[in-house]
Each structure stands twice: as C-alpha cells, then as structure tokens.
Design a protein around this ligand. Sequence first.
Ligand code: UGA
Length: 435
Amino acid sequence: MRIAMIGTGYVGLVSGACFSEFGVHVTCVDKDAGKIERLKNGEIPIYEPGLDDLVARNVAAGRLSFTMDLKEAMQGVDAVFIAVGTPSRRGDGHADLSYVYGAAEEIAQHLDHYTVVVTKSTVPVGTGREVEAIIRRVRPEAEFDVASNPEFLREGSAIGDFMRPDRVVIGATSDRAGEVMRRLYRPLYLIETPIVVTSLETAELTKYAANTFLAAKITFINEIADLCEKVGANVHDVARGIGLDGRIGKKFLHPGPGYGGSCFPKDTLALVRTAQQVGSPLRIIETVVDINDKRKKQMAERIIAACGGSVDGKTVAVLGVAFKPNTDDMRDSPSLDIVPALQAAGAHVRAFDPAAMHEAEKLLPGVEWAKDAYGTLEGADCVAILTEWNEFRALDLRRVKSMLKRPVMIDLRNIYNPEDMAKAGFTYTSIGRPS
Ligand code: UGA
C-alpha cells in the first residue's frame, strides 16, 4: 500500500515512520524546505526516543521518503493523510483550521484516482465534512472519500503508542474508505487491537472526549492532592486505592503542577468553545481549564513559601522545564508560568533540562542555564523539580545538600520519598503527601 502524509510535526512524522514500519510506502510532505532537507539528511527535528532509528531503517528500506512536492507524493496512493497543526486561534480558543483547509485545497488539485483523504490532525467535529466540501468545490468530478483517524500517541512514548495502541478509531464515509483504512492497520489485527469504525463526526469527537477526560482525571487528582495536604492524607495511596477499581483505572492519577503540552490545553479549550457554540456547554471541562490555569500559576507560590516566604535576591535551582520527560517540547509547560513568576518575585533562576534548553532559551529570558543538574545547585537557596526526568530521580543527595545554601527541595512531581528526604536532612515539599 502507498500513502502520503502531509505535515512532518509530531503526529505526521511519527505516524508516517510507523506506517512505513508496517510495510506501507510512505511519502512525508512538508512546506518547510529546511525541515525536508534535514529529514532527507537523516536529521530528526523533534526529540522522540527511537524515532531516528525507525526513520533511518525505513528510509534505507526504500519505504519512507520526504518531499515538498505533494503532486509527486500523491501518485498512486491509497490514502493521503492530513497531519498538519491545529493550534488555538488567538483570542477565542477555537482550533485554527487554516492549515487543514489549505491542505484540502492542495490535495484537490492533485487527485487523479480514487483516494481516501484522511484527517489525522485533532480537528473539531464537522471538519471532515468541510474538507469533503472544499475538495468537491475545487474538483466536482474527483473520485475520493474522506475519513477521520485521530491519533492517540503521547510524546516521549509515541512509537510504542502507535505500534501497540489501546484502540484505533476510524470514521469513514463509505465501506470502500473503511476497507482501505483497515488494510493500512492490518498488522494491528495480529495483536488484536480493537478497531472502532464509526461515523466521521463520532471519530472527531472521540478524540476530544478522550483528551478532555484525561485532563479532567489529572485535574481531579490534583485537587484531591491539595485536599490531602490539608487533612494529612497521602494522595498516592488515595490514587492507588481508587485506581484499583477497574471502573476508575490506575493511569493518569499522578498529581503534579498541572497538565501542559501541545494537546490537553489546546483541546480542552477547543472542545469548550465547540460545546458553547452549539448550546451544549461542557461545564466540567470549563472548570478543568480554569483550575489548571490557576494551578500552574500557584506553583510558584509553593516554591516561594518553601523558601521562607520570599525569593527576593535568592537563587532558585530549577530541574526540568519541558512539560514532561523525554521531550524537548515546551508548549504550555508549567515552567512557563512558574519561572517568570519566580523572577518577578526577585529570584535568580538557574535551570537545567536534558533536552528542552535550546527551545526554552527563547521562551524564558533571564534564566542562567547550567550544563547538568548539579550545575544548577552551587549556592542556591532551594532546588525545585519541575519535570520528572529519570536522571533527576537518583541524584546524589549528599552532594546536592553540600552544594545548596539551604537544603530545601520542592518536588512538584513527587519523585522523591518524604521520609528519605527528611532522613537526608532536607526540608522537603511535595504534592499531596504528608512531609
Ligand atoms: C496527550 C494524550 O495522552 C495522548 O493520548 C494524545 O494523543 C496527545 O495528548 C495528543 O492529543 O496528541 P501528551 O500531551 O503527549 O499526550 O502527554 P501526556 O503524557 O498525556 O501528558 C500531558 C500532561 O499531563 C503533561 O503535562 C503531564 O505532566 C500531565 N500528566 C499526565 C499529569 O500531570 N499526571 C498524569 O497522571 C498524567
């Protein structure tokens, strides 16, 4: 089988590479000449474990290639995937669909045989129908069907999530399109992955429902964590105690500084806007958005409180600025609220992140960047862990203590144990646990 994948961002590049690993011939297309050039030279523009090997292997096997030429990429394909960005529109929080519709216009111009036009980007309900209408308008005689195939992969574990998903969701407008989609995912039948075949609208909404539900789950445990602190309970035991109930489930009950990243903040807001627009408001998600925004801002106050109520003139060592480990992605990272708030309160921030510093330099001016975790510590008044990178989990605590001016640690990801930290002589603050 043969496909074209438009957009070489996270979703497009990972999906393209993974489909080629399934044995499909994939041509990835992007308008960014520099990016295509780098990809052709084997350079991967994002940090995603395992992606470089996967791309190299499939390029060498002749199944994966990169081009700026959509016409050439669409020759003889069974399907063309739209995997371009759908950022929040400035001002109103709706998803900006200009890239998706732009891609539809271009696809229309090059359709010369039956092709399934698949939206993989996260798009509001109704987008697939609009893609269909655009193509029909440009090319009334063209032979095509539209389909929706939302992607559920997580940054940092994207390849595993694509190759061994909990499910695949396909919204198809005809049996013929559904059949093409099923054939593309054939290797997953071997591992008995459930395939949910449904309407276009249902598939589109399923993606948003999944992300907003997970965002709500995280926000729930974050609020329970705050309550635990007030009543002397332990949030991890509560999470385990409820998560073992199969109806609730154990995952996504880890408390933290608030969810960030390229998906949850954008998708919660977009679904809220869609729901308001059609007169069926999602009040739970409206509240989730509000709580999470406030939470990220409140985190700086926790750090300031742990430093005795003021950080004016003090140095705060920050470990991790990416929104989560194993990525260099800074989008909507809690650090973007926390670090500037610390600086505004008079702190000097010295920080380190294993992958995101290059990106973070542009977004967090005034930060002194260290070469490694220990490089942040010398003479600092406290150390705050903002991202749970593995390399921060096993720090030499004696060394940390000897380098800090005061042995104060604020662990916003709960990667250390309060008892161990007390034994090691630290004043330790974490989330939702008795200290
Ligand atoms: C998320 C979804 O998990 C994917 O299924 C989805 O495909 C993706 O969005 C998308 O729409 O493209 P991602 O944003 O990569 O994936 O990262 P997650 O691992 O879901 O983490 C999101 C945020 O929630 C992070 O800030 C993380 O720290 C936070 N989180 C996650 C918690 O605070 N607690 C948890 O228990 C889990």
